[in-house]
Design a protein around this ligand. Structure first.
Ligand SMILES: Cc1cc2nc3c(=O)[nH]c(=O)nc-3n(C[C@H](O)[C@H](O)[C@H](O)COP(=O)(O)OP(=O)(O)OC[C@H]3O[C@@H](n4cnc5c(N)ncnc54)[C@H](O)[C@@H]3O)c2cc1C
Length: 408
């Protein structure tokens, strides 16, 4: 692993542009302490660069039960130095299985060279937190606006409690409704007409399932199921969003009822899995996305402000790549800050970061977009056009999982 480090003193010396350094100044402020914010803080920490993380929740937050991580995500986690610890919590998945309950057709894709595991979100978040010095994360700090300092042009973060802080760099890892992407003038994510219900089921005596990721479809309803370990299974139900879902999403019992209602005509083992779920793990979320052209043309950096993770590229989970791409962002961003920072060109690291990430993100968002279009109601022409584009440009369906974001 490449661990070229620069000292904090050197870092400040490099970026010191205004002599009146005040106590509330910081070098790098990361807005949002989700997967991306913590991974970015850890990547910078590994390079010897200090950053402060400002998270609006009062404690670490791991909304949603689990995430699938493919080879590209594991490579990035390897660079962060946390992959082996995480691997011990999740069994390797040996194949992908698509099953249509309408016509009985089935497609199995064995995973030979690809690594796929399903991680509990809480385990990933806690592991990242444990690797970071306690003094760098601030909870209960909601950023409400960002402004440019009229004297230095450096960003100033304003918090809900009335405090503010000057930063040399601001990295927005603040998810779907990002304040930082608003500052950059990026287009907000758009809603899809579908939603997902996610949860865990714990089988105290073992689930006895194959170590495969299976997705079953009946009509417009899909159910996915992936073992996390020998006893815990992560599952999701995909269906249309309805106006009542705003209320349903606030009550876990109602979420379970809704999932059971949607899957009544699925195999009994699926219904049983949902009935016996861990009620505290349930969430219902409407899917949102940034279109590929928003990512192709988005102005992801202005001055010394940038974005990463969902704040930069929000996708529906059709490829299961959001978190992995966020961890890739973290590696590339920390590498660029460590390698390309000079006193006269403070903006260079962020410009290089955006350049290195853009086409990777455009490709991922295009594949996700086309896959999603096949599931959304559309005309026959649009449907076949999407199918054709997927076959031409993404015939290697798992090609994106073999991407390597490079060394830290
Ligand atoms: C249904 C579903 C299934 C998914 N499945 C997968 C999967 O299998 N694999 C995968 O790789 N990805 C998956 N994803 C995507 C993945 O969840 C996200 O890409 C990932 O969580 C993004 O992390 P993030 O840190 O960028 O954003 P978030 O997780 O949203 O974190 C943002 C953080 O910023 C904080 N914040 C927000 N605003 C402010 C503010 N103003 N001030 C301070 N703090 C703020 C929030 O409290 C939060 O902690 C899925 C997504 C969905 C919706």
């Amino acid at each position: 692993m490449n661990r070229r480090t620069i000292s904090k003193e050197k870092f400040i010396e490099n970026v010191e542009l205004h002599p009146m350094r005040q106590q509330e100044d910081t070098d790098i402020a990361i807005v949002g302490g989700g997967i991306c914010g913590l991974a970015t803080a850890l990547a910078l920490h590994r390079k010897g660069i200090n950053a402060l993380v400002f998270e609006k929740s009062e404690t670490t937050r791991a909304v949603g039960s689990a995430i699938t991580i493919f080879t590209n995500g594991w490579r990035a986690l390897d660079q962060l130095g946390v992959a082996s610890k995480l691997r011990s919590t999740a069994i390797p998945i040996t194949g992908l299985h698509e099953l249509s309950l309408d016509d009985g057709s089935s497609q199995k894709i064995p995973l030979r060279s690809e690594e796929l595991r399903c991680l509990k979100r809480s385990v990933l978040i806690e592991t990242l937190v444990q690797e970071l010095p306690a003094s760098i994360s601030y909870f209960g700090c909601q950023v409400v606006t960002i402004k440019s300092d009229p004297l230095t042009a450096f960003p100033i973060l304003h918090f809900r409690d009335g405090n503010s802080i000057k930063a040399k760099f601001v990295i927005g890892c603040d998810g779907a409704n990002s304040v930082v992407s608003k500052f950059l003038g990026l287009k907000p994510a758009q809603y899809l007409s579908s939603c997902s219900i996610l949860g865990f089921t714990n089988y105290p005596h073992g689930h006895g399932l194959e170590s495969e990721s299976i997705r079953m479809r009946r009509g417009s309803i899909s159910v996915g199921r992936i073992p996390v370990d020998d006893k815990v299974v992560y599952w999701f139900v995909g269906r249309k969003w309805t106006p009542q879902d705003s209320d349903i999403s606030k009550d876990p019992e109602m979420i379970r009822e809704s999932a059971l209602e949607s899957t009544g005509n699925f195999p009994e083992e699926v219904v049983e899995m949902i009935r016996k779920c861990d009620i505290g793990s349930l969430i219902l979320t409407r899917l949102k996305y940034h279109a590929p052209w928003d990512i192709l043309f988005g102005r992801f950096t202005t001055g010394t402000v940038t974005v990463a993770g969902d704040a930069m590229h929000l996708w529906a989970p059709f490829l299961g790549q959001g978190a992995s791409a966020a961890i890739e962002d973290a590696i590339v961003l920390a590498r660029c800050l460590a390698q390309h920072l000079t006193r006269n060109k403070v903006q260079a690291p962020l410009q290089t970061y955006v350049k290195q990430r853009r086409m990777r993100l455009v490709k991922l968002s295009t594949q996700t977009y086309l896959t999603g279009m096949l599931l959304e109601p559309s005309s026959v022409i649009v449907h076949y056009l999407c199918l054709m584009l997927l076959m031409v440009f993404f015939h290697d369906m798992l090609g994106h999982t073999r991407y390597n974001c490079g060394p830290l």
